[in-house]
Design a protein around this ligand. Structure first.
Ligand code: NCD
Length: 311
């Protein structure tokens, strides 16, 4: 019999079937109530070592992978990149081989270069989970976003979902396009032309440069941060009037469906891509629910990927 999730690593949403994506979302559901209880300790990963190596900054992803591993009983170790030999010129693969020699049971990483997680996975003896690779993918973010939509709206199929902002530099947009379209969402992207990828890269998803037109009637408005760190200076300078044109305000949100939800992977830049009153509206904004469900999704991924070695 084929296992429910026949992959050794989680590098991206690319290559996953709708059934496999749904399987991970279903697995995550069991951890939501568990995470709301006072004592949050399961022992299924007891005795296993989880190493997190984040070569790029992170608040939500690193912390939630650490919380997730600990709640499953794993011994979680965070590599301190700033104090590591990476600063002495050690290559990524040499660092990976060094960590591998310490026999971790699961390895979670984030890196500024697209493709870094796949490269590392090719030399590791344990499952590798990609916590974001440059402009590449951010699969657990797309899974937690899909789970948030599924729970708030009861389904993903047929929903009009607008992903807005800096699409070109966003691994979140890339993974979400793949996941939400695989699950039957009607996904479109909205942003200034300079921040939109080519039609080929969008895999046929429609794109809009007019914000109001792009979010008209949308059930889900997903906002993204302007990734200045991935831009050339000249492009960043041209984005001065960004809020006026592409910032989500309450007035703008009125174009979307009356019960539309607002999402954002964080970190949010208040007054740039999103107005504070929209971000803080508990009825419309699902931003903190995304964070909450992120822990459940990461628990599911850690559990599913380590099943084989635990059996
Ligand atoms: C994002 C990331 O780092 O890819 N944040 C996250 O993981 N929640 C998005 C961003 O940095 O804007």
């Amino acid at each position: 019999m084929m296992p429910d999730f026949p992959h050794r690593h989680l590098i991206g949403i690319e290559g996953l079937s709708p059934g496999e994506i749904n399987f991970l979302l279903d697995e995550a559901e069991q951890w939501i109530a568990f995470n709301r209880s006072v004592r949050k300790l399961d022992d299924r990963l007891a005795g296993l070592t989880q190493v997190n190596a984040f070569f790029e900054n992170s608040t939500r992803t690193l912390l939630s992978f650490e919380v997730a591993g600990k709640r499953l009983g794993a011994q979680v170790v965070n590599m301190h990149v700033a104090q590591s030999s990476v600063q002495k010129g050690e290559t990524l693969l040499d660092t990976a081989l060094t960590i591998n020699a310490m026999r971790p049971d699961v390895f979670v990483m984030r890196h500024a270069a697209a493709g870094a997680a796949r490269e590392v996975a090719s030399v590791m003896d344990c499952p590798v989970i990609n916590g974001g690779d440059g402009w590449g993918e951010h699969p657990t973010q797309a899974l937690l976003d899909a789970l948030t939509i599924r729970r708030r709206k009861g389904r993903i199929e047929g929903l009009k979902i607008a992903i807005c902002g800096d699409i070109r530099h966003s691994r979140v947009a890339r993974s979400n396009l793949l996941a939400l379209r695989a699950l039957g969402g009607d996904v479109r992207v909205v942003g200034p032309a300079a921040l939109l990828p080519s039609t080929a890269e969008l895999g046929g998803a429609p794109s809009f440069t007019d914000f109001d037109e792009g979010i008209a009637g949308a059930d889900v408005v997903m906002m993204l941060r302007i990734q200045r760190e991935r831009m050339e200076e000249s492009l960043a300078e041209r984005l001065d009037d960004y809020h006026a044109l592409y910032g989500l305000t309450r007035a703008r949100l009125a174009q979307a469906a009356p019960d539309a939800i607002v999402m954002h992977p964080g970190p949010i830049n208040r007054g740039v891509e999103i107005a504070s009153d929209v971000a803080d509206d508990p009825e419309r904004s699902a931003i903190l629910e995304q964070v909450e469900l992120g822990v459940a999704v990461r628990m599911a991924c850690l559990d599913v990927l380590t099943r084989e070695r635990r059996s």
